[in-house]
Design a protein around this ligand. Sequence first.
Ligand SMILES: NC(=O)C1=CN([C@@H]2O[C@H](COP(=O)(O)OP(=O)(O)OC[C@H]3O[C@@H](n4cnc5c(N)ncnc54)[C@H](O)[C@@H]3O)[C@@H](O)[C@H]2O)C=CC1
Ligand SMILES: O=C(O)CCC(=O)C(=O)O
Ligand SMILES: [Mg+2]
Length: 377
Amino acid sequence: MLKVGVPLSSKYIGTISKLRYFMTAADKISIGNFKGKPNPETGNYTVPFIEGDGVGPEISKSVRTIFKAAKVPIDWVNCDIGPLLINGETTIPQTAVDQINNSLIALKGPLATPVGQGHRSINLTLRKTFGLFANVRPAKSIPNLASTYENVDLIVIRENTEGEYSGIEHEIVPGVVQSIKLITRKASEKVIKYAFEYTRSIGRSNLIVVHKATIQRRGDGLFVQTAQEMADKYPDVNLKLELIDNTVLNCIMNPEKYADSVSVCPNLYGDILSDLNSGLSTGSLGLTPSANIGETVLYEAVHGSAPDIAGQDKANPTALLLSSVMMLNHMGLQKYADMIETAVLTTITSGKEFRTADLGGSATTTSFTKAVIENLN
Ligand SMILES: NC(=O)C1=CN([C@@H]2O[C@H](COP(=O)(O)OP(=O)(O)OC[C@H]3O[C@@H](n4cnc5c(N)ncnc54)[C@H](O)[C@@H]3O)[C@@H](O)[C@H]2O)C=CC1
Ligand SMILES: O=C(O)CCC(=O)C(=O)O
Ligand SMILES: [Mg+2]
């Protein structure tokens, strides 16, 4: 079989396994071992796949094709999540709820949200419906892939169910709208406990609470206070506080400085920081994976539906592929996770002709997918 990649040096392999290591740390804590069982007749796991909008079908096709070539023991089930409006509320269809609850896991492409009207974000509805309290978003440089910065290794854990995304908004009088940022001790405790344990489990020294409690004194204040109250239980982790505007400056001036830290923050800050971190680590949104953590775990790319390139065979499927790699690790299918992750990273670092346009290359989604398959071992 044709190998498009160059042989990997042991240093490089070490870096790849380190990448894998921190991507799997989420699986060791809080969410525990994956309890889903394969179908006894086929030996395959059933996993719901929400293909999503815009570039969603193209990058989903890439994942399906690569999984098939790698003979991953998964039977995908198409998961239709709407938009379904019941009494004006965006709702996840019961069939989808049952599929995801039964499988305890799902893979999801990006879902578009209309601006200022129409249905509410289905992404947020999914997170609320399944109690996906933490969103882990690791953004890491890829060895041998030139970018503005080297050695970026940023992990943001985003509160995922409330804050600015509570969806509580009303017009008090015409021309005056109130949009409520809801912060509760319960949700703060959940995500901060998870963040402390995550930091400890991957051996980093610092947990940084990113906030703006100087201005959002009660809301962000409660988030910060919750972290301070929990810090005694984690004497091996230094709790640090950082104002969000200062975090943005520090990230742009010197992102490497966060390599021994994990950041945890209210919802909107985490949303914004994770796109920033994608750009700092690789120069593209097309590579950053994420895991939405709860009783069930939903894996998805950080990026959206990319309407500007949808339907043009241009999208980079790596972010969804690395999200699926995180998923495979969580399912205990490490052999397949390693095979796919190594093939993806080998392809990306094999030359411009193997990279998609977001990374300055000339590959299409289809040709990239083909090259990854040729690099599967
Ligand atoms: N979790 C989700 O499903 C998310 C959904 N969205 C939704 O996506 C829609 C579009 O949002 P935008 O602000 O345009 O953000 P976006 O993330 O879709 O795109 C931002 C930029 O990154 C590029 N990009 C994104 N993914 C890429 C990929 N895989 N390969 C190459 N380039 C890629 C796009 O071409 C665009 O230039 C909105 O409706 C938004 O609500 C946005 C973020 C996350
Ligand atoms: O739900 C949306 O439309 C956007 C969500 C988003 O930006 C994210 O999850 O990063
Ligand atoms: Mg976002």
